[in-house]
Write a protein that binds this ligand. Structure first.
Ligand code: SF4
Length: 111
């Protein structure tokens, strides 16, 4: 707290030095708290990106983040991130996704 004058930094590199904070958490914090354009790749975003062929099956989270940043306009990053999280959490679940009613199944590897 004293080191940073009781302010939470907006510098990703500083945030990532805190215990338990990696790139994903730093991205979520920066986009939610400071409205900074970022795409955090959590387990839902990773799964949906791979199923929808935005990413390859063997891509790691850093590569997926880079592909998503190219795929979507910067102004939409925070919104798209949230949409992908919610789509993955409630619809395109890891186990038993709701493919039968999926409106974007034509883009999916699993169709
Ligand atoms: S078809 Fe199924 S697996 Fe593919 S995106 Fe839709 S819900 Fe997900």
């Amino acid at each position: 707290m004293e080191k940073y004058d009781y302010k939470v930094s907006t510098d990703r590199k500083i945030l990532e030095t805190f215990p338990g904070v990696g790139r994903k958490t730093a991205n979520v914090f920066l986009s939610e708290f400071y409205n900074y354009p970022a795409i955090a790749v959590d387990t839902h975003v990773e799964r949906v990106s791979k199923r929808l062929r935005i990413a390859r099956k063997d891509d790691d989270v850093k590569i997926i983040e880079e592909k998503l940043m190219k795929f979507y306009p910067k102004k939409d990053w925070a919104t798209r991130h949230l949409q992908m999280v919610l789509f993955g959490r409630y619809y395109c679940k890891a186990i038993k996704p709701n493919c039968e009613n999926c409106k974007i199944k034509d883009y999916c590897r699993n169709k």
